[in-house]
Design a protein around this ligand. Sequence first.
Ligand code: FE
Length: 233
Amino acid sequence: MNEQESVGPGTGRGTDRVVDHDHGHGDEHGHDHDNDHSEIGPMDLRVRALESVLTEKGYVQPAALDELIEAYQVRIGPRNGARVVARAWVDPDYREWLRRDATAAIAALGYSGRQGEHMVALENTELEHHLVVCTLCSCYPWPVLGLPPTWYKSAPYRARAVRDPRGVLADFGVRLPETTTIRVWDSTAEVRYLVIPRRPAGTEALDEAALAALVTRDSMIGTGLAREPSSRP
Ligand code: FE
């Protein structure tokens, strides 16, 4: 299979469609789109080499880099996004604000910064399910979701999310009725998407914190659904 052929918007099947726009990866993006960097390999080596050189020359401190990675991987993670979603579930005014100006609404909860400067929130409904991909690389909303999972950066996900979104969802154990249109959004260096999953039934009595615990990382990418309250760990 030639991945190059299938990577790119506009090949959604059936009623599902790709929301196409200028991908617009800026120079600051800084990685090589011709390379398939779905596996640790040459890219990892280059990063290490760069880190060594920068450290040697005194431009960066390894401890500071570790701190940055730790912040996005552990402390931030997807919990920030879960709090945003939970707020949107309980507060209609906030949900409206989020849909209108996600960057501001998310920043109001204290989540802003690199890779989250231009956020767009996509609300899942009975009729529409949103799925986010970066077909060219791995653009991802760091301030709300932390660092992207490995599969998000993989060539098969990037290609298949566009070509066969229903198949991808099935791989993730998500089956939606044919009456639900799947919209695929191609993330870019400029715009990052946060999916607002549907609030599970039977959660009327839960408070915001309990609701946030139901919001998984995958549900905010669109490859998953929010947990049912009974399946909470
Ligand atoms: Fe990207």
